[in-house]
Design a binder for this molecule. Structure first.
Ligand code: SF4
Length: 129
């Protein structure tokens, strides 16, 4: 799991808790959403999810130290693959900016209408006064 990379309809609901803001009509509002029964075999759930996941196929939450170690590789993949257009964009950009110490942006991904490209924001130096 990549902190900050999630559906645009996911909202924080207290420390470590999240909720869907469109649950009642999620399949109409979010065509990318899946019913739990359909995602078990695809490995979209956590390894320890009670719905069940094939061994070793599910998502895992790394410790902060473990995630710090893999973050450079994760960022490279996010940049090369792009991210889905339906994510919560502000959440991802905030997480990337926090980790990288500089602002980033999402822009159209050439050739893919369903992806966004993650790019560094090049700040222009202030003109001398
Ligand atoms: S993926 Fe589905 S259940 Fe999850 S936040 Fe988005 S709409 Fe809601």
């Amino acid at each position: 799991m990549v902190p900050g990379l999630h559906c645009q309809f996911l909202a924080a609901d207290g420390p470590g808790r999240f909720r869907c803001t469109v649950y009642a009509d999620r399949f109409a509002r979010a065509p990318w959403c899946h019913a739990a029964r359909d995602v078990v075999s695809q490995g979209f759930l956590a390894d320890d999810c009670p719905y069940g996941t094939p061994a070793g196929m599910g998502k895992v939450r790394l410790t902060d130290a473990e995630f710090d170690a893999v973050w450079p590789a994760v960022l490279r993949k996010l940049r090369s693959w792009g991210v889905p257009t339906y994510i919560g964009r502000a959440a991802l950009l905030a997480e990337v900016a926090r980790r990288q110490g500089e602002p980033w942006a999402l822009e159209a991904f050439p050739g893919f209408s369903d992806r966004l490209r993650l790019v560094r924001v090049h700040l222009t130096p202030e003109a001398p006064r």
